[in-house]
Design a protein. Structure first.
Lengths: 405, 236
């Protein structure tokens, strides 16, 4: 018997019991819809975390001063003041795995512009910080090498600071005062959003680190050195090279502990995306269970249908249907139900994830691969759960089937 | 006339738990092409079992069954399905039409299992519906047809693949006597005009009178065969 004919027979059989067919499909519809929506939520969360991590800069290492141990008293991290800007320059110059470095000196300051003021994080940095943190400019220019060399009183401000101090006006070439020192604004950073810890990354002012050291804080050391490795594969290599180089530069003997810490941001990224992945798998597997339940529903109804239509099966066999024709007929019915349910479920899943995105502001993300898998899976559920009822139908004895009341 | 059916020493025994119930106990029969045979007998006489075996629906416990000079008793289930489809038409007491399916589609059903195009199926189904006098009821579903009309649809379905044999199991059992006569007249016409061999199971004598040969079963054996003498004479 031709495939087309089998399909027509199956469709007609389903059309005869529309409500039942729909209710049976509902299991698959809900199952597939739930899988699609849940995975979309999981993927969305993962993508958000990834974007947050990326906004910190990719392949970034952070060097912090280590702890000090003086006569048994152990000071916390950052207690020693051994990191200097020359370390940053040496790391960039001598290590092949390192692309950029920047010293970082920062402090919370009150920033004044005209009659407005705003407390924000003032960061002393080198121009390379722009590459390290992948940060674009909305207006003007970033800090120059010359600004650093001359400890110039220039600043680049974040989007939040621009809004708080200047509203809708253009801040470029305006003047802000920090501790009574006037700084000319040379540029405005583009919006970066929240960090993975929820801090507003745009609430910041960047000035040359030399200006920060000499004019605001009167120190010679740096609090942090930011390092960008040349690629994700070479982050660990960079970490090892930095440790060796800094131990040499700080003249640390073989038995003594490092006076600095090298932190790898990709570890944090890894942990965060693992969390998101676990959440995605959890949501997906809960949803898969409902798909399974939908499949059992199909099997249940197909078994009822085979019993109800025993006589029809007998008639078909008497007029020449082979076992496999009967088998195919019922299998196709199950698969048509499952696949139709799958298609509707996909639409439902996409629809509800779009609604979540629109109304609940959840960052959902539809993965076309998951959609394809869900459709394939619903078809497979039809085959798997339709097989037993179809086989039962095909194995009926025509004489008994014809006599069935 | 050429031989259509020959059964040799046909036995059929059913097992019911530990008890063996013999249904057929050595049947030897020959039926020629173009015959109209009534098989008679009380219930339990083995006539239904005999018909099931002739219809390739059931296997004999022993013995041989030749249809058109080929042994079919030992064929596979799929080969049997092919024979039922191509060479045998069934008519049942309870009509056995598919519910909520039009007369035309019911008649087309056997043609769905042998690869005809839908146009060929339509044309042939309309032709046989006309033959049984139901051409204008093609779009009616069984619940809108009378018993006699339903049985005519069933006969059209049996005819659609041009079988050489029609097996009718109590075809008038659910019909009143007027309608029964109409159906029997239709069978007679098909037998004489189309030359189709018809084997009919019945327990009513006046129905059996329509056939030209009557075979009576009792306790699994043939107890009388009206044409035995005539046929025996012809063979000699």
């Amino acid at each position: 018997m031709q495939w087309f004919m089998t399909f027509r027979i199956a469709l007609r059989a389903l059309a005869r019991n529309k409500l039942r067919a729909f209710l049976t499909m509902l299991g698959i519809i809900i199952g597939v819809g739930a899988v699609i929506a849940m995975v979309a939520i999981g993927e969305g969360a993962k993508a958000t975390i990834r974007a947050q991590i990326a906004s910190l800069g990719t392949n970034v290492l952070v060097i912090l001063p280590g702890s000090a141990n003086q006569g048994g008293v152990r000071f916390g991290s950052g207690a020693v003041r051994t990191l200097v800007d020359a370390d940053a320059k040496a790391i960039a110059r001598e290590l092949p795995a390192v692309a950029f470095t920047s010293p970082l000196v920062r402090r919370q300051e009150q920033v004044i512009a005209g009659n407005l003021n705003w407390a924000t994080l003032v960061q002393g940095v080198a121009p390379e910080v722009q590459q390290i943190r992948d940060w674009d400019l909305a207006d003007g220019r970033f800090l120059h090498e010359g600004d650093v060399d001359s400890a110039a009183k220039v600043a680049v401000i974040g989007e939040t600071v621009a809004r708080q101090l200047f509203g809708n006006d253009t801040p470029t070439d305006e003047v802000i005062r920090i501790r009574n020192i006037p700084f000319r604004i040379v540029g405005v950073l583009s919006r970066k959003g929240q960090s993975s810890q929820g801090a507003d990354q745009d609430d910041t002012v960047m000035i040359p680190y030399t200006t920060m050291q000499k004019r605001l804080m009167r120190i010679t050391w740096v609090q942090t050195i930011l390092v960008k490795a040349v690629s994700a594969e070479r982050v660990e290599e960079a970490e090892e090279q930095i440790t060796i180089l800094l131990r040499q530069r700080h003249r640390i003997g073989p038995e003594r502990d490092d006076d600095f810490n090298v932190r790898n941001l990709s570890d944090i990224a890894e942990a965060a995306s693992t969390t998101a992945r676990v959440m995605g798998i959890l949501l997906g597997s809960v949803a898969s269970i409902s798909l399974l339940v939908g499949g059992i529903g199909i099997m249940n109804i197909m078994l009822v249908s085979v019993t109800e239509r025993t006589r029809e099966i007998g008639i078909r066999m008497a007029v020449g249907a082979r076992s496999r024709d009967i088998m195919l007929q019922f299998l196709v019915e199950a698969v048509v139900m499952a696949a139709t349910g799958g298609l509707i479920g996909i639409l439902l899943g996409i629809g509800s994830s779009e609604l979540l995105k629109k109304w609940a502001q959840w960052p959902t993300l539809i993965d076309p691969g998951i959609v394809a898998i869900a459709f394939f899976f619903s078809g497979a559920v039809g085959v798997f759960f339709g097989f037993y009822p179809a086989q039962k139908a095909a194995n009926l004895d025509p004489i008994d089937a014809l006599r069935y009341e | 006339m050429s031989e259509l059916i020959r059964v040799l020493d046909l036995y059929k025994t059913y097992r019911m738990g530990d008890v063996e119930v013999p249904a057929l106990r050595g049947i030897n029969l020959t039926i020629a092409r173009g015959e109209f045979v009534a098989v008679m007998g009380a219930s339990g006489s083995g006539k239904s079992t005999f018909m099931n075996i002739l219809g390739c629906l059931d296997r004999p416990s022993s013995g041989r069954y030749f249809l058109e000079n080929a042994e079919v008793g030992s064929l596979s289930a799929d080969q049997w399905a092919y024979i039922r489809n191509k060479r045998i038409g069934f008519v049942f007491q309870g009509f056995n039409l598919l519910a909520r399916t039009t007369a035309l589609e019911n008649v087309e059903l056997p043609m769905m299992y042998n690869g005809f195009s839908s146009r060929e199926r339509h044309a042939r189904a309309l032709e046989v519906l006309g033959l049984v006098g139901l051409g204008e009821r093609r779009d009616h579903t069984p619940n809108r047809l009378s018993g006699g009309q339903q049985q005519r649809v069933a006969i059209a379905r049996a005819l659609v693949n041009r079988p050489s044999l029609i097996l009718a199991d109590e075809p008038t059992g659910n019909l009143d006597s007027t309608t029964s006569n109409e159906i029997m007249t239709l069978f007679e016409r098909l037998n004489t005009d189309q030359g189709i061999t018809i084997i009919l199971v019945t327990h009513e004598h006046d129905i059996a009178e329509h056939a030209r040969r009557q075979i009576a079963f009792k306790d699994g054996v043939v107890v009388s065969d009206s044409s035995k003498r005539a046929w025996a004479g012809a063979v000699r």
